[in-house]
Structures are given as structure tokens and as C-alpha cells.
Write a protein that binds this ligand. Structure first.
Ligand SMILES: NC(=O)c1ccc[n+]([C@@H]2O[C@H](COP(=O)([O-])OP(=O)(O)OC[C@H]3O[C@@H](n4cnc5c(N)ncnc54)[C@H](O)[C@@H]3O)[C@@H](O)[C@H]2O)c1
Length: 437
């Protein structure tokens, strides 16, 4: 099939390269000249395992091409996939201006397109509205086909998805979607457009709720002398609950969960429903990010002049994506309190996203040398595997370690003289009279 992919970001580039690898003829389009220029040289700016190789192969095969929108007068594509951003508006709703602008371009420049495939995450009701307004009077079908890939595993997730969800305005469009994914084994959920959109939002909101829930249990564990690791292990063994997303910590971040949860809350209100549970999830998640700051202030009193290492700027390991990452909320607060912040991340670029007072380091050891406290914000494998005996020598007392991802070994760190704090697992925070007796 001849397919155009609109938007060459984290989702669109994976989609374009993967569709070309599947044998389709793909034209990747973007409004950003720098993005298109870089891709045409075979460079990929995202840290995403396997993506660069797939892009280079696609370009060499001739099945993958990239172009700036303004340089294409008429595209030969039969299907258009929309992968543009849908960021938050100030009121929490989703900004759909990029989506609308992509559809306008498709109508004007892609005369052979019979199907618009919406990969961008758009609130329930959007597809119905686009089909009855912008696409009204055209021969173009609309399919909601949200993407569920995880950054850091995006290529793997594309070829081995846990499900393909499609909600279409016609049965023929659903058949075209099957052709699009030919060769990819996955269970299909075929439904109406609004239900398909709701599946995406409900999935993200449910996972965010699970994270917020386990964090609340962790906060309670800390007060009652229980250990969240054992609690998570125990509850995760119930197949109705499952073990995923049960690690307590600084909460969720990234380009999806925060904005999608906010957008669902907004959409609920706009439809006359007050989604109280979701509001609590947002509150819990915002509060969770502040835990390291409170812990440091409790220890040091004033943070003025205290050297603090912050490891991990991306919102999770194996990606350089820093959108809505906890470290980006935390570092400005530490700087405001007078701390001397030294930050390091193996992949994320710190330029322009941190206060100018932050010292950006080349490796973890540079950040830790002479620091009196460490806050682990992202559980990159290289942080877990650090030589903690060496770090104990390099850091200054009290060697406070706030493990914001419960990724480190509390026993090892305590034995090496660190003042270790986790989330729901710190023995120092145990206030139970039974334990302290
Ligand atoms: N990042 C993820 O892990 C992920 C996972 C599932 C779903 N999603 C959803 O997919 C969508 C895209 O997310 P992303 O992370 O790839 O965004 P992104 O910001 O990384 O990329 C968006 C790209 O679209 C381009 N663009 C904007 N308007 C355009 C237009 N009119 N025509 C062509 N290109 C245009 C931008 O220049 C940018 O390169 C969002 O709705 C997001 O919620 C993201």
C-alpha cells in the first residue's frame, strides 16, 4: 500500500519505518524542516533501540521517503496515518490544532486517500466530530487506531503489539486496516470510533491509577512499618491484579499519561461527569514528585549550598524523552532552595530544560563526587550497577540516597554507610511503635 505518515516524532517515525519494513511504500511528512533534513541523512535524534537501523534500511530500499509538507504538491498515497502531537491546553483539554491541520492537508493534497488512520491520541468523541465536519462531503473513511507502543520498546511493540484496536466509520475501512497490519500477529478489537478512542484513554488512565494506588499504599507502608516491595509482590500475584506497574516511586511522567489523564478529566467535565477518582490520581502523582525535596529538607534543614546529585532526567529508562519527567519538576525546586544541583542522564539532553544554576555532568561519578545527597529519578540500568563502594568514598556525609524508583539495594547501601531512603521501604521512616520498641 502507499501510505503517508503525518508527523515524524516518537510514534510517527516508528510507524513510518516499520510500515516500510513491512513492505509498504511510505512517505513520512513533517512541518519541521530540521526533522526532515536529519532523517533524510539517515540520522535519528531519538534514543530508541532498533529505530535508526530500520530508518537506514527503509531509505536504502526506496520504500521510505521523508519530505517537508511544503515541498509536496500532490502525494500519491492511498492511506494517510496521522501521528502528530496532541499536547495539553492550559485547561487540561487536548490541543487538536495539529490534528486538524494534518487532516486539512490530506484533503487538499492527497486525492487518492480513502482512509485517514488516527494514531494520535485524541479524546473520545473527536473522531465522530472530525468525520461529520472536516471529512463530510469527501470519500474518506475515518479509523481510530490508537498507538499503544512504549518508548524504549517502540520497535518491538510495533511488530508484537498486545492488541490492535480499530474503530471505523465503515466496514471497508476496517478491512484496509487488516491489510495495513498484514503479517503482524495480534488480537483485534473492532469497534466504533468513540469506543476505540475510549479504550486508549481508559488504558492510560487505568495504568496511571494503578501507579497512584501503589504509591499511596507505599506511603502508608512507610508509616506502618511495612515494606512495599513485599506488598507489591504479594498483590501482583493475584492474576486479577497482575505484577506490572506496581513499583512504588516518584510516579508517572512522560508524554502520554499526564496529558491523557488530564484530557480525560477535562472531557469528563465537559460531558457533565465529575471523574473524582481521576482527580485524586492527578493529586497523588503531583505530590509524589515532591517526596525527595521533603526528605532532603528534613535531613539538612536548609538546602543552601548543599551539593545534591540528581541522576536521571528522562521520565523512564531507555528513552531520552524528558516530557513531564519528575526530575524536571524537582530540580528547579532544589535550586530555589539553594541546593547546588549536579545532574546527569545517559541519554537525555539537558540543554534548555534545566535552571542555568544546574551543573550538567558527563557521568554519574562526576555528579556524585563531593555530593552530600543523591536523588535517583530514573532507574537506568547503569545507575543500578554503579560501584557503590567507590561512590561511598566519593560522596560526603551524610551520603543521603533518595531512591525515587526503589531500584537500589537498601541492604547494600546501608552497609556501605549511605543514609538510604526509598518510597515505602525506608526503615528510617518507620514510625510504628511496634518496630521502634
Ligand atoms: N510518545 C509515545 O510513547 C506515544 C505512545 C502512544 C501514543 N502517543 C500519541 O501519539 C501522538 C504523537 O506523539 P509523539 O510522542 O510522536 O509526538 P512528537 O511531539 O514526538 O511528534 C509529533 C511530530 O508531529 C509533527 N507535526 C506537527 N504538526 C504536523 C502537521 N500538521 N503535519 C505533519 N507533522 C506535524 C511535529 O513537528 C513533530 O515532529 C500523540 O497524540 C501522543 O499522545 C504517543
Amino acid at each position: 500500500m502507499k501510505i503517508s505518515v503525518h508527523g515524524l516524532g516518537h510514534v510517527g517515525l516508528v510507524a513510518a519505518a516499520a510500515l516500510a519494513a513491512q513492505g509498504h511504500q511510505v512517505l513520512g511528512l513533517d512541518i519541521d524542516r530540521a526533522v526532515v533534513g536529519t532523517l533524510n541523512k539517515g540520522h535519528v535524534v531519538y534514543f530508541e533501540p532498533g529505530l535508526k537501523e530500520m530508518v537506514v534500511e527503509g531509505l536504502a530500499s526506496g520504500r521510505l521517503r521523508f519530505a517537508h509538507l511544503d515541498d509536496v504538491k500532490e502525494s500519491p498515497s492511498e492511506m494517510a496515518m496521522v501521528c502528530v502531537g496532541t499536547p495539553s491546553l492550559n485547561n487540561g483539554g487536548a490541543n487538536l490544532s495539529y490534528v486538524r491541520s494534518a487532516i486539512r492537508w490530506i484533503i487538499a493534497h492527497e486525492p487518492r486517500v480513502d482512509t485517514v488512520v488516527m494514531k494520535s491520541t485524541v479524546p473520545p468523541g473527536t473522531g465522530r466530530s472530525l468525520a461529520t465536519t472536516m471529512l463530510q462531503g469527501t470519500d474518506i473513511d475515518y479509523v481510530s487506531n490508537s498507538e499503544f507502543l512504549r518508548e524504549g520498546h517502540a520497535v518491538q511493540d510495533w511488530f508484537h503489539p498486545d492488541r490492535i484496536v480499530a474503530g471505523a466509520t465503515s466496514p471497508e475501512a476496517l478491512k484496509r486496516i487488516k491489510k495495513l497490519y498484514q503479517g503482524i500477529e495480534a488480537p483485534y478489537v473492532e469497534t466504533d470510533v468513540t469506543s476505540a478512542e475510549m479504550i486508549k484513554y481508559a488504558s492510560n488512565a487505568f495504568l496511571a491509577t494503578k501507579i497512584a494506588f501503589v504509591n499511596e499504599i507505599a506511603n502508608l507502608c512507610e508509616r506502618m512499618g511495612a515494606t512495599i516491595d513485599d506488598v507489591s509482590l504479594g498483590i501482583g500475584m493475584d492474576p486479577r491484579i497482575g505484577p506490572a506497574m506496581l513499583r512504588a516511586g516518584l510516579g508517572y511522567g512522560g508524554s502520554c499519561f499526564p496529558k491523557d489523564v488530564r484530557a480525560l478529566d477535562f472531557q469528563s467535565t465537559a460531558n457533565g461527569h465529575s471523574f473524582e477518582l481521576l482527580r485524586s490520581v492527578i493529586t497523588v502523582n503531583n505530590r509524589q514528585r515532591l517526596l525527595p525535596l521533603l526528605s532532603l529538607k528534613e535531613t539538612f534543614g536548609s538546602l543552601q549550598g548543599v551539593p545534591v546529585a540528581v541522576l536521571g532526567l528522562s521520565f523512564k529508562p531507555d528513552t531520552d524523552d524528558t516530557r513531564d519527567a519528575p526530575a524536571l519538576d524537582l530540580i528547579p525546586l532544589l535550586v530555589e532552595e539553594g541546593a547546588e544541583v549536579r545532574a546527569y542522564d545517559p541519554a537525555a539532553k539537558a540543554q534548555g530544560i534545566l535552571p542555568p544554576e544546574t551543573k550538567v555532568c558527563h557521568d554519574a561519578y562526576e555528579a556524585l563526587k563531593g555530593s552530600r545527597a543523591l536523588v535517583l529519578c530514573t532507574e537506568w540500568d547503569e545507575f543500578v550497577r554503579l560501584d557503590w563502594a567507590e561512590i561511598a568514598k566519593a560522596m560526603e556525609p551524610p551520603r543521603l540516597v533518595f531512591d525515587g524508583r526503589n531500584a537500589l539495594d537498601p541492604g547494600l547501601l546501608t552497609s556501605l554507610g549511605f543514609d538510604y531512603r526509598g518510597v515505602g521501604r525506608s526503615p528510617k521512616a518507620v514510625r510504628s511503635p511496634l518496630r521502634s520498641a
